[in-house]
Design a protein around this ligand. Sequence first.
Ligand SMILES: Cc1cc2nc3c(=O)[nH]c(=O)nc-3n(C[C@H](O)[C@H](O)[C@H](O)COP(=O)(O)OP(=O)(O)OC[C@H]3O[C@@H](n4cnc5c(N)ncnc54)[C@H](O)[C@@H]3O)c2cc1C
Length: 453
Amino acid sequence: MHIAIIGGGLTGLTLAYYLQKAGVAYDLFEASARPGGNLHSPLEAAGYQLEAGPNSLLLSPELEELLQELGLQEAIQEAAPVSQHRYVLRHGQYQALPASPPKLLASSFFGFKTKFNLLRELLRRPAPPVPGETVAAFFERHFGPEVVEYAVNPFVAGIYAGDPRELLLALTFPQLAALEQQYGSVLRGFAASQKGKTGQRRRTITLRGGVQTLTAALAARLTNYHPGQAVQAVRKEPAASQAALVYHLTINGQPAPRPYAHLALAVPAYAAAELLRPLHPAAAEALAAVRYPPMTLVYSAYDRPQVAHELVGFGALNPKVEGTYSAGSIWTSSIFPDRVPAGQVLFTSFVGGAQFAAQAQQPEAAQLAAVHEELSRLYGIAGAPRWQGRYFWPRSIPQFDQHLAAARAAVAPLAAQGIVAVANWQAGVSVPDCVKHARKVSAELARGDVAHR
Ligand SMILES: Cc1cc2nc3c(=O)[nH]c(=O)nc-3n(C[C@H](O)[C@H](O)[C@H](O)COP(=O)(O)OP(=O)(O)OC[C@H]3O[C@@H](n4cnc5c(N)ncnc54)[C@H](O)[C@@H]3O)c2cc1C
């Protein structure tokens, strides 16, 4: 019997793609007319190729294979080599973040005490994980408060829109917990884990036409993709012939034409909560508690001569202690120069996330003015922007905190009733994680591992 996939973001589309490949019958329902969810690449009339979600992707083996299968090798665009440089605001000035622990010891980015902590960390003995430990507490224990404030805090705000004092280490960076358990020292463990590897970093890429080229290509390949079909309700009843259950969906006010043996929830946790509420109220309650802070992306373009800063890098992050308006900016035109008209530079600034939530909710005019003022001060910009725009996510990225741990625990037993969760709150936030997870779940479903019990 068929599988119903609810949600046509990257994860749902990838799941459908691999199920189709394995010959498993499915229907994929996506509420919006546009596939891709968070992967959204608007092209601004003035000639700016923007990204509302991911601005770049780390090329994992699974993602590379998927791009190849979809015939998208030619669409891959490498990030410019300067992108390996990252900057962090320190006492009102951007400073290059040293790229490795040895470079960090040699640089003046951190003070003497922190450098001493780094050396001392090498001597730590293997230790079991501390239950419920936050990302901030883990790094403070290993490296001291300066590393938390000036490296971990901006990194976590930039990637997870999160607050390291809330996110759980075991959910956000499980690999670090494993290194501590095996080696004690994270630095030593990391060095050991790199042995035998070629030393090449994963490539940072985008796709011609923006990252949504990937999700558009996936949707185009699917035979049973149904856009503009919001699933509003799910009802279950025992199947006539077996002891198993079947699920009946209501879509855009109408009953779906067929029942389903399995449900794959590829929707945000708050949307999954609404669908599960009548069937599993306790799981729904846990899902509804998962936090998604608001986030606004502000785009600001200037003529190159207006900007004093060299902009040789990927971008710059603003630690919370620096008291800025935005969490930082990506230097879009430095990473992918063909995304803006010649002679211009484009900043993509992040306003919001768990630590900057109040700013994310402000009216557009206030946000554009505040970002322009901040960029002018930090980058030495003269005059008004050539163009500005914004994209607002009322609920952006799920927070991998104690609420998410509870939601995952509440949903796990539903597999016995043929319900699996595959969205980013289950998979991991990054695009490569979503692809890897969807592929794994498709294999489990195809093998019949998600059986009714
Ligand atoms: C601002 C931002 C920046 C990011 N930057 C990066 C980055 O640089 N690199 C990176 O790797 N990752 C990044 N990510 C994360 C990554 O984009 C997401 O984790 C990933 O795209 C999530 O995909 P998903 O399919 O799990 O969920 P979603 O994209 O949320 O898709 C869920 C889909 O379900 C649909 N839906 C909801 N309810 C229903 C319903 N009842 N019926 C039918 N359909 C429904 C929605 O319309 C949506 O299309 C970023 C995310 C955001 C928001």
